[in-house]
Write a protein that binds this ligand. Structure first.
Ligand code: KIV
Length: 272
């Protein structure tokens, strides 16, 4: 049973702003392929994020840094073929927008043209302001991403909670206001204190979607493979596991292996 409100036939960037105005929380999950996107979209999730977490989840890299623009376009175009309702936001991968605004615009245009995605997401605050403005100027919606920004993991050194200190919290609040002023349609806040996230959500009119940022924001995002328990080594406090697919799939594969070895599979009714 889905409790998602499906009054929006198609979710747009405007629907998200309306949801915030009406006090309706926004649901967002990741997908990187057609089959998963079809399930997520069919369940009424509002936003599908083709996250660069595909670098970890799909390709087994330690960080999000290695995934390329071509690979993100491949994932996003598979997702787009599956969806009927959700807004599809595609991460601009590391190295595709940091050097200069022209390159950022070229990368965003490739995502929109070649994958059919509806919007892009970019990590960072004032250091990427000019790139964000350039992309927005071309008519491409941009979602910001502040707090723990995994593309900067080597600068941070760890994946621990960000903006616990006053100085970083102040910078984050300024960056959020800047993203709103620049024209971003939403902001992801990752792994920051709940009180700070709530304060940010109240200070801007655009939706703030949290991951590890508490309940005082306008919506929540999780990595789908984590919330269905396909991954099992990653156990942050903010993650609620709705299933234990790792165990269920392991049991299914083990049983299949045994059935093949014993000759139990296929049986009479499973052959021609
Ligand atoms: O890439 C991703 O999955 C993300 C979410 C964690 C917000 O950016």
């Amino acid at each position: 049973m889905s409790v998602a409100k499906k009054e929006y036939k198609r979710v747009t960037v405007k629907s998200l702003v309306d949801m915030k105005k009406n006090g309706e929380k926004i649901s967002m999950l990741t997908a990187y392929d057609y089959t998963m996107a079809k399930i997520v979209d069919g369940a009424g999730i509002d936003v599908i994020l083709v996250g660069d977490s595909a670098s970890n989840v799909m390709a087994g890299h330690e960080t999000t840094l290695p995934i390329t623009l071509d690979q993100m376009i491949y994932h996003a175009s598979s997702v787009i073929r599956a969806i009927h309702r959700a807004l599809v936001v595609v991460d601009l991968p590391f190295g595709s927008y940091q050097s200069d605004p022209k390159e950022a615009l070229r990368s965003a245009i490739r995502i929109m043209k070649e994958s059919g995605g509806h919007a892009v997401k970019m990590e960072g605050g004032k250091e990427v302001k000019d790139s964000i403005k350039r992309i927005l100027h071309a008519g491409i919606p941009v979602m910001g991403h502040l707090g723990l920004t995994p593309q900067s993991i080597y600068k941070f050194g760890t994946y621990t909670v960000r903006a616990k200190e006053e100085e970083e919290a102040t910078r984050l609040k300024e960056d959020a206001l800047m993203l709103e002023k620049a024209g971003c349609f939403a902001i992801v806040l990752e792994k920051i204190p709940a009180k700070l996230a709530q304060e940010v959500a109240k200070s801007v009119s655009i939706p703030v979607i949290g991951i590890g940022a508490g309940s005082g924001v306008d919506g929540q995002v999780l990595v789908t493979h984590d919330m269905v328990g396909m991954t099992h080594e990653f156990n942050p406090r903010f993650l609620r596991r709705y299933m234990n697919l790792y165990e269920e799939m392991t049991n299914a594969f083990t049983q299949y292996g045994e059935d093949v070895k014993s000759g139990d599979f296929p049986n009479e009714s499973e052959q021609y």
